[in-house]
Design a protein around this ligand. Structure first.
Ligand code: BG6
Length: 465
């Protein structure tokens, strides 16, 4: 038996987002975002046709939820402000009802010794701005900075950990390459422009935050998917993996931490006439405003091989013209989400950040396992016995522990997620939480076995195995 001891003051908790948890009620003043709109247009795209208004009702139940957070060992918790709740039109007048809600939510967390980590953008573009192009339109960068600045001014006296984006590559992939977010396009030129504006917006928000001198930290949350070549001795596979890494990891990681876009990605985009529109001074802004703290979401690696399949020219150039995904035989899979489970990936990311990104302060901001049909594990006392989730967390934490032993500045571990929540088009198909939510019964919450286990881990700053 080994006791895996984590540093004192390690951040134990979980992450969620406004659009996936809050829900929507009459009179709350929230405006539509792209999810509200998309659901109105095409409800059949959403699992069991459950839309974004019917999420876990945190808007009304947050006080009870915070008690459950305490019972599951949280000393910190990340959620996001919904831009379309605070600014129903994306810009213009602030919705005072939203301000009251976020004030009450933040105050309640702090009163219960749970530090609020607040994210600003979690895939939820206000529809009024999307109608003008969303992240494609440079004016959205200004609207975002105004939104960010307003949040800092309203809540920054109490919120001391801010994040500009959650997984900014995902709106690029989902909205402009692979069709799982609105506006559902397939257009690499647009994808590049969107990603560029997200990075610029992040740098400008960081600039605004630092200028306010509120004594906190501001970072970004990135989903890092280590790209492993099929054969590390095959130069073509290695090159393919490096290109995938440039597109999907370094595209945001390098400007966020180093203030520079990766030169190999820039060269590739230039060769293919795909560089985004930019203005003089932008690169200086990105250079001067890097993050204080890096949130790392880790779910799965990417396995890559040299391009073998014919290039599909239907939609012009695509990242996939430069590599093929590799179906590695024998890999461990979460069958419900279809994602590979590779625990060592978390260690490889932390080591990469330590060796190549100045060992910046970081934490695991999401890690987790979505499972369908968890009701079958409910025992006679009403608790879901999710031993597989406990094993999943343990196996990842062991690698986090090893990385810390070797010098990584990893300061915490947040699970995705606190209570089962609405997963975009998958709605409530796969459940991720430490706490179950009964949608048919007023969203009644019950702590799962993993939630009770996590409390012990947090209390002891570690676990034995
Ligand atoms: C992360 C996101 O990608 O993973 C969350 O930050 C998301 O918003 C979570 O819900 C799980 O992924 P999914 O697609 O199963 O909901």
């Amino acid at each position: 038996m080994t006791f895996y001891k984590f540093p004192e003051n390690f951040w134990w908790g979980s992450a969620a987002s406004g659009p996936q948890t809050e829900g929507r009620i009459d009179g709350d003043g929230k405006g539509d975002n792209i999810w509200d709109y998309w659901y109105q247009q095409a409800p059949e795209k959403f699992f069991n046709q459950v839309g974004p208004a019917k999420t876990s009702d945190v808007y009304q139940q947050f006080k009870t939820d915070i008690q459950l957070m305490k019972q599951t060992g949280h000393n910190s918790f990340r959620t996001s402000i919904q831009w379309s709740r605070l600014f129903p039109e994306g810009t213009g007048a602030v919705n005072q009802t939203a301000v009251d809600f976020y004030n009450a939510y933040i105050d309640e967390l702090i009163a219960n010794d749970i530090e609020p980590f607040m994210n600003l953008y979690h895939f939820d573009m206000p529809m009024a701005l999307q109608e003008q192009g969303g992240w494609l339109n440079r004016k959205t960068v200004d609207a975002y900075v105004n939104y960010a600045q307003t949040c800092f001014e309203l809540f920054g006296d109490r919120v001391k950990k801010w994040f500009t984006h959650n997984e900014p590559i995902v709106p690029v992939e989902g909205g402009y390459l692979y069709q799982f977010h609105y506006p559902n396009e397939i257009n690499l030129q647009h994808a590049v422009q969107v990603g560029y504006h997200e990075t610029l917006a992040s740098a400008k928000a960081i600039e605004a935050y630092h200028a306010l001198n509120q004594g906190g930290q501001i970072g970004i949350v990135l989903n890092l998917t280590p790209s492993y070549p099929r054969d590390a001795k095959n130069p073509a596979d290695v090159k393919a993996a490096k290109i995938a890494d440039a597109f999907f990891n370094r595209s945001f990681l390098d400007p966020a931490v180093k203030g520079e876009f990766p030169s190999d990605l820039v060269a590739l985009l230039k060769e293919n006439q795909l560089l985004p529109d930019y203005q003089v001074g932008d690169l200086e802004t990105v250079k001067a405003n890097t993050v204080d703290l890096l949130g790392i979401n880790y779910y799965q690696p990417r396995r890559v091989k040299a391009k073998e399949t014919p290039i599909d020219h239907t939609h012009g150039i695509m990242p996939d013209d430069f590599f093929d995904n590799y179906e590695m035989p024998g890999k461990k899979i979460n069958p419900y989400r279809g994602w590979e489970i590779y625990e060592k990936g978390i260690y490889d990311i932390l080591t990469n950040v330590r060796e190549n990104y100045g060992n910046i302060d970081c934490f695991i901001s999401e890690n987790g396992m979505g499972v369908e049909g968890e009701e079958r594990y409910r025992n006679a006392d009403g608790q879901i016995d999710d031993d597989y989730r406990i094993d999943f967390v343990k196996d990842h934490l062991k690698y986090v522990h090893q990385a810390i032993q070797e010098g990584s500045h990893c300061l915490g571990y947040h699970m995705w997620t606190c209570m089962d929540n609405w997963s975009w088009t998958n709605a409530y198909k796969n459940r991720y939480g430490f706490i179950s939510v009964d949608l048919d019964n007023d969203c009644q919450r019950t702590i799962k076995k993993s939630g009770h286990w996590f409390k012990q881990v947090a209390d002891k700053d570690g676990f034995e195995d």
